[in-house]
Design a protein around this ligand. Structure first.
Ligand code: DX5
Ligand code: ZN
Length: 219
């Protein structure tokens, strides 16, 4: 079953409350919280994403899918676990060594969330293989992290395929999430390649009827 995680990065300011309620009514499976620290990526959405997570937690029980695009992963985990997210994902590229990756995995588990590892387009998929037995989800970035509204990098389709065959061959139970440039045109290809959680921001938020888009992305 394919799930949809709506990125709230580009929610129109002043319309947040209405948008979050509409997204809940439109049956998004997750709210995708794009946390950027202005260091790992240029944009800084830290404060805004804390406010949004607090607000969403007050009005909805839908799961939060936190995507940490930050250098200081440990602090990000501490701060964003306050709202009991379902998933906390950090970037492999933000970790100096294997020990740090394992430490972050353990810390997220201690906070009671599922663990995701995200990899940027230029990071070879093989670099995440050794961590797969310990995590719940691998987020394959289909754009360079840092902003919404970009076009999916087509080379990422083969990367998703490779990850899917690896987990099938090694019977590893893990979700494959894709993030960036996902819309009605690209959704089919990433699903065929093996993705089962689709992050979409622009494609959903610019639609007049969120539910139509969310349903089409799923089917
Ligand atoms: C980019 C974020 C994505 C982005 C998705 O760094 O991780 O979640 O907001 O936005 P769209 O769907 O507009 O590409
Ligand atoms: Zn994201």
């Amino acid at each position: 079953m394919v799930e949809v995680s709506t990125s709230i990065l580009s929610v129109e300011s002043g319309n947040e409350a209405e948008t979050f309620l509409l997204l809940e009514k439109s049956k998004t499976d997750y709210f995708h919280i794009d946390v950027m620290d202005g260091k790992f990526v240029k944009q800084d959405t830290y404060k805004k994403m804390i406010e949004y997570s607090n607000y969403i937690r007050r009005i909805s029980n839908l799961p939060l899918d936190v995507h940490l695009m930050v250098e200081d992963v440990e602090t990000g985990i501490e701060v964003f676990s306050a709202n009991e997210p379902n998933i906390i994902t950090f970037h492999l590229e933000a970790c100096k060594n294997e020990e740090e990756v394992m430490k972050n995995i353990e810390l997220i588990k201690e906070k009671g969330a599922r663990v995701g590892i995200a990899i940027k387009p230029d990071t070879p998929i093989q670099e995440v293989y050794k961590y797969l037995p310990y995590i719940h989800m691998c987020l394959v970035m289909t754009v360079e992290p840092g902003k919404g509204g970009q076009t999916l990098i087509t080379e990422m389709i083969a990367k998703i395929n490779e990850l899917k065959s690896y987990i099938d061959k090694n019977s590893i139970e893990i979700d494959i999430e894709v993030d960036g440039g996902i819309n009605l045109k690209t959704a089919q290809r990433v699903k065929e390649a093996g993705a089962n959680i689709l992050v979409a921001g622009t494609a959903i938020l610019m639609a007049s009827d969120y539910k139509v888009i969310i349903d089409e992305l799923k089917n």
